[in-house]
Design a protein around this ligand. Structure first.
Ligand code: AHR
Length: 499
């Protein structure tokens, strides 16, 4: 059996997690909004048309913040289309996804929905086809008390109190040629900075996210971040990152090694932030908003068959298998390991569209990736430990990849130490040891395991095919934790101080 040694020290800390690390994303895309969170005609709908079954699962995930309304969608969106009397709202072609947007759901409905879900709203403004004034109007509509045209317009729509949205994205993936209104780094940087200045003049309490690269392979990556931050350094708080991975050729060991690439990507963006900070002789630390991340590839072929201009078709409906859950677990571990810099992260997306939750006419069910996210969101809030993982490695497209990804989080108020670990060895169990003499009195509370056929999926008919069990092999003896991680498994080892 292979062996991995985990080394932690309770004084050697990365930092506290921002709760927004466990955020998610709802775009006007496919059935995310319509049929996902909003379906007035459904027997599962509440008095506002929100699906109660979805809301229950979102609450289970404890999602602190949800990005809205896009995504690529936002670059062609007029937010005004989605407010006011529903019968007056226009139907429009959505050029990002070549479907028809009915606008029966808009920002006020989303704010209400987010309130019910216990989430904050993270709002994106359109910097593709629109500019400073429209972004200002939207902020005025959302955040000013009243007494101005836009804030009074909101009040006339039945929303007396402002929505008080604190986190705003300055456009979406503006480096991507596929983006409506795609811009060069210089063009975007100037527009983002001027928009940011106006928005912060109107409401100085907001935080702003500038667009970084759409993925680690973009030809402009690195220069894009540098140029944008050199221009916007004083006016923004975050630079965004996006990344999706897939396994279309069935090379699972390479696929599972993708967290190596994600880690490298984050380190590079950190380096650019520090480079610009240094050049500016500034104390300000730009943080990262990793506001789109997930596995995405299963639905690519099916999506090519969608009839143009159809109304909320099944789109980007990836059905996730067990191996996807393993990578999502590793991506969560990677985010936690960078908790000192990544303040916001959004699993893209939340319902039906590359999502942990799927809805059908019969109800909603949890996809495989629901579980690692649930565990990280439930047990991963606390202080992240520098976690040295001395794991054997294997050769992958990204170079050496460790068989084990792991991170430790202290939940002080609960007197708990939680270790999240993925064993990427698909053949053998992995023995993991960790010296815990500093954590005297701690015992194994539970060892949760998600493991099984790598191709297994959950469906409405068989919603429990892939689900976690407790009872993994972990024991603490003479101050040392010894755990055996099953081949191809996601593990949550909760250690608790016993009275
Ligand atoms: O999440 C799906 C899409 O992926 C988003 O609209 C876009 O920002 C990204 O390319």
């Amino acid at each position: 059996m292979k062996h991995t040694q985990i080394i932690i020290d309770k004084e050697y800390l990365i930092g506290d997690t921002d709760p927004r690390l466990f955020g998610s994303f709802i775009e006007h895309l496919g059935r995310a909004v319509y049929e996902g969170i909003y379906q007035p005609e459904s027997p599962f709908a509440d008095e506002q048309g929100f699906r109660k079954d979805t809301l229950e699962l979102v609450k289970e995930l404890k999602v602190p913040i949800v990005r809205y309304p896009g995504g690529n969608f936002v670059s062609g969106y007029r937010w005004e289309d989605g407010v006011g009397p529903k019968e007056l709202r226009p139907k429009r072609p959505d050029l990002a996804w070549r479907v028809t947007e009915t606008n029966q759901f808009g920002l006020n409905e989303f704010a209400d929905w987010a309130g019910k879900a216990g989430s904050e709203v993270m709002m994106a403004v359109n910097l593709g086809t629109r500019g400073i004034m429209e972004a200002k109007d939207l902020l005025e509509y959302c955040n000013l008390e009243g007494g101005t045209e836009m804030s009074d317009l909101r009040r006339s729509h039945g929303y007396e109190k402002p929505h008080g949205i604190k986190t705003w994205c300055l456009g979406n993936e503006m480096d991507g040629p596929w983006q409506i209104g795609h811009k060069s780094a210089q063009e975007y940087a100037r527009l983002a900075n001027e928009t940011a200045k106006v928005m912060k003049t109107l409401d100085p309490t907001i935080e702003l996210v500038a667009c970084g690269s759409s993925n680690s392979q973009m030809p402009t990556f690195g220069d894009w971040e540098r140029i944008v931050l050199e221009e916007c350094f004083d006016s923004v708080d975050y630079i965004s990152m996006h990344q999706y991975y897939g396994n279309p050729e069935g090379k699972t060991t390479d696929f599972l090694a993708s967290s190596v690439d994600m880690d490298r990507f984050i380190r590079s963006v950190e380096a650019v932030c520090d480079h610009v900070q240094g050049k500016k002789h500034s104390n300000k630390k730009i943080r990262i908003s990793f506001d789109e991340w997930n596995v995405w590839y299963h639905s690519n072929e099916a999506d090519k068959l969608i009839k143009p201009w159809s109304i909320h078709p099944h789109q980007l409906e990836d059905i996730y298998n067990m191996e996807d859950a393993l990578l999502v677990g590793s991506m969560l571990i990677t985010l936690l390991r960078h908790a000192d810099r990544v303040g916001i992260a959004c699993l893209a997306q939340l319902v039906n569209v590359i999502a942990p939750i799927m809805t059908t006419d019969e109800g909603a069910f949890r996809q495989t990736i629901f579980y690692p996210f649930l565990h990280a969101s439930t047990f991963g809030r606390g202080t992240v430990l520098h976690t040295l993982v001395k794991s054997p490695v294997y050769d992958s497209v990204y170079g050496d990849a460790p068989y084990v990804d792991c991170v430790g989080v202290i939940r002080e108020e609960k007197e708990e130490l939680v270790l999240f670990a993925v064993n990427k060895d698909l053949e053998e169990k992995m023995e993991v040891t960790c010296d815990l003499r500093q954590f005297s009195g701690y015992q194994v509370e539970e060892h949760i395991v998600l493991q099984g056929d790598l191709q297994a999926v959950n469906t409405m008919k068989d919603p429990g095919r892939v689900q976690p069990v407790t009872g993994g092999e972990s024991v603490i003896e003479k101050g040392t934790l010894t755990a055996h991680l099953l081949p191809g498994s996601w593990n949550v080892i909760r250690l608790k101080r016993m009275p």
